[in-house]
Design a protein around this ligand. Structure first.
Ligand SMILES: NC(=O)C1=CN([C@@H]2O[C@H](COP(=O)(O)OP(=O)(O)OC[C@H]3O[C@@H](n4cnc5c(N)ncnc54)[C@H](O)[C@@H]3O)[C@@H](O)[C@H]2O)C=CC1
Ligand SMILES: O=C(CO)COP(=O)(O)O
Length: 376
């Protein structure tokens, strides 16, 4: 007797990647290489694309599906034939997020610039049904009237989903060509779910470790972008390696103090994972935030970050400048500005209130941070 439809259908997970920028495309590639071989996943990986028309007149989605390459955000890299680009978030929501046969679980990977997530969540409210797990690869946060809101919390609150995070020393272009790197999954309660994410992302060249500290992992990924802007100023002013190392050390200290003052649960050990010191180092050496901040300082702050971003990144988005503003809002609101001189100075330089050279001129404010260390 032929098995019934339910018997035929194994309990498999479907993966959807929401986002298709530089890291979003690499994440889809990593996942797609694994879903082909892991029996607990359907082969196909859907990737939501914020649709745009290329200079050729073609839609980006059509080109991705025809060439298997994200020609705008990750040119020259094949994503895997099982990656299907989809431009319609709501329509995709209806078809992708349904649990087929009542047995499938779905796994949603969020990886867009953080400033777009509030709008994306609003569009998805009420459209996600069934047994769905989420993970955020997004480095950034929102600041609301009530205070700071991490992106994983935004996803959890707006969409009613459990949301892990994955952060790390992960310059996307390097992982795209399969150079070895590590990453950290942060989870809240279920080790089993965390292990499923680890399995989905891990490859011989991408080693993923799980830690039970969502806030710590996410804040590391978020705050290092502010330090990378500071490192870029130092590079642009040609201050040398010792100065840059000092800025990175002070930045790491502020990252730790700020994280622990916001969430007492944050663990010291998280700062020694890939998401912590390793991501700080790689971003301060080779990231986009560093690169654009370098140009900003070389131009004496006379050309805005928006202008430089558009010119230098061709559609890719910086996270550090807006994160510096968001952090500054939290610091002002809580009366912590004096405790975080590096974070505060980065924002003041970005908005033109201070010259780029202030990144070290204001270092006399830095010893105040020791007050923070005593209290955490
Ligand atoms: N690129 C990298 O090396 C890494 C990036 N990340 C993080 O991943 C997140 C996503 O960054 P990337 O994938 O690199 O993106 P990206 O900066 O390369 O690309 C920008 C993306 O935003 C989309 N977009 C533009 N306007 C939009 C709108 N109004 N609504 C929705 N989407 C819009 C574009 O279509 C494009 O997909 C960020 O939080 C970033 O910090 C994390 C690790 C590495
Ligand atoms: O987060 C990153 C590396 O882990 C990428 O940093 P940038 O956005 O500065 O390129």
């Amino acid at each position: 007797m032929a098995p019934s439809m339910e018997e035929e259908a194994p309990s498999k997970s479907r993966v959807t990647v929401v986002g298709s920028g530089n890291w979003g495309s690499v994440a889809a590639k990593l996942i797609a290489s694994n879903t082909l071989t892991l029996p607990s996943f359907h082969d196909e990986v859907r990737m939501w694309v914020f649709e745009e028309t290329l200079p050729s007149g073609e839609k980006l989605t059509d080109v991705i599906n025809r060439t298997n390459e994200n020609v705008k955000y990750l040119p020259g890299i094949k994503l895997g034939k099982n990656v299907i680009a989809d431009p319609d978030l709501e329509n995709a929501g209806r078809s992708m997020f349904l649990c087929f046969y009542g047995t499938d679980a779905n796994m949603l990977v969020f990886v867009t610039p953080h400033q777009f997530m509030e709008g994306i969540c609003k569009r998805l409210v009420g459209k996600i049904k069934g047994d769905v797990e989420a993970i955020s690869l997004i480095k950034g946060m929102e600041v609301k009237m009530e205070g700071p809101c991490m992106i994983s919390t935004l996803i959890s609150q707006q969409l009613g989903l459990n949301c892990c995070v994955l952060m790390g020393a992960n310059i996307a272009n390097e992982i795209a060509v399969e150079k070895f790197s590590e990453a950290t999954v942060g989870y809240r309660e279920s080790r089993e779910i965390a292990e499923k994410w680890v399995q989905l992302f891990s490859t011989p060249y991408f080693i993923v470790t799980a830690v039970q500290d969502v806030e710590g992992v996410e804040l590391c990924g978020t705050l290092k972008n502010v330090v990378a802007i500071a490192a870029g100023f130092v590079d642009g002013l040609e201050m040398g390696n010792n100065t840059k190392a000092a800025i990175m050390r002070i930045g790491l200290r502020e990252m730790k103090a700020f994280s622990k003052m916001l969430f007492s649960s944050v663990k010291d050990s998280t700062f020694f994972e890939s998401c912590g010191v390793a991501d700080l180092i790689t971003t301060c050496l080779g990231g986009r935030n560093r690169k654009v901040a370098d140009a900003f300082a070389r131009n004496g702050g006379k050309r805005s970050f928006d202008e430089l971003e558009a010119e230098m990144l061709q559609g890719q988005k910086l996270q550090g400048v807006s994160t510096a503003r968001e952090v500054y809002e939290v610091l002002s609101h809580r009366g912590w500005l004096e405790l975080f001189p590096l974070f505060a100075t980065v924002h003041e330089i970005c908005v033109g209130r201070l010259p780029p050279s202030a990144i070290v001129e204001h270092s006399e404010r830095i010893p105040k941070l020791s007050l923070v260390e005593k209290s955490t």
